[in-house]
Ligand binder design. Structure first.
Ligand code: SAH
Length: 244
């Protein structure tokens, strides 16, 4: 009869228990990390967005749902829910959370809407819109950003966002007219192709002004052949560049 030493049994047993402990610890930590983001997101909505007067319940729900930390580079994970824009590479930025919520609210998004966004960037604004409306078409002039946003949005399961690389000044004729348009880069004028591609009665919001100064956020309403514009708030956006 063979006698197995108790050391031979106890050692592997301890290793197994140790490994389980480490795994549970890792799982616990990543769960705790997710909880931290959820708490920060809730604070962001209350302190930065509701407190400044955004009331649209669908917009508030979307801002609570979209995980902003998944749209920023790793280096800025800790700042993802702070009250300012953040770099996203290629010299571009993801807008301040409040500005995203405000621009989304002013176009009065409805569940059946087809919306055009110019300036995909990280894809965050497109994701917020896609939580509310039927379909978002979004154009980004820097193909590297367009490709990474497309991949990110696909991974997150957004089936109602179509991304393309191109000059958004010209809009996206193939899918026009749009119920609403959001431009997230500062233009020197209101692009005529975008007015043409807006439905009658539709709303467009865009920053207009000197690209290197403070611009005005403008709300444009299309009424037949006329447009009615309204100055909203001063903003600072990266410039709307043009394809040469
Ligand atoms: N909405 C983005 C942030 C936009 S920053 C987000 O949620 O992350 C503005 C973006 O507009 C930049 O990525 C910039 O490359 C892009 N852009 C500038 N000019 C453009 C143009 N003519 N057409 C399309 N995108 C443009």
């Amino acid at each position: 009869m063979q006698i197995i030493s108790s050391k031979l049994i106890i050692k592997p047993f301890c290793i197994t228990i140790g490994l389980w402990f480490i795994l549970i610890l890792i799982a616990g930590c990543s769960h705790a990390q997710e909880d931290i983001y959820t708490i920060r997101r809730e604070r962001m909505v209350i302190d930065q967005i509701e407190r400044r007067g955004v009331k649209d319940t669908a917009v508030l729900r979307a801002m609570r749902t979209v995980e902003r930390h998944l749209f920023v580079p790793d280096l800025y994970l800790n700042s993802a829910y702070e009250d300012h824009p953040l770099p996203i590479g290629s010299g571009q930025t993801i807008s301040q959370p409040y500005i995203v919520a405000y621009m989304t609210e002013v176009i009065k998004p409805q569940s059946g809407y087809k919306v055009l966004e110019v300036g995909t960037g990280s894809g965050y604004q497109a994701a917020v819109l896609a939580e509310i409306v039927a379909h978002v078409y979004t154009i980004e002039i820097i193909c590297e950003l367009a490709n990474s946003a497309k991949e990110r949005l696909e991974t997150l399961g957004y089936k109602n966002i179509t991304v393309k690389c191109g000059d958004g000044y010209n809009g996206w004729d193939e899918f026009a007219p749009f119920d609403a348009i959001i431009v997230t880069a500062g233009a020197e004028d209101i692009p005529q192709p975008l007015i043409d591609q807006l439905k009658d009665g539709g709303l467009m919001v865009l920053p207009v002004g000197d690209p290197y100064m403070v611009q005005s956020l403008i709300l444009v309403k299309k009424k037949g052949n006329r447009t009615i514009t309204q100055d909203l708030i001063p903003v600072r956006f990266v410039p709307l560049t043009r394809d040469k």
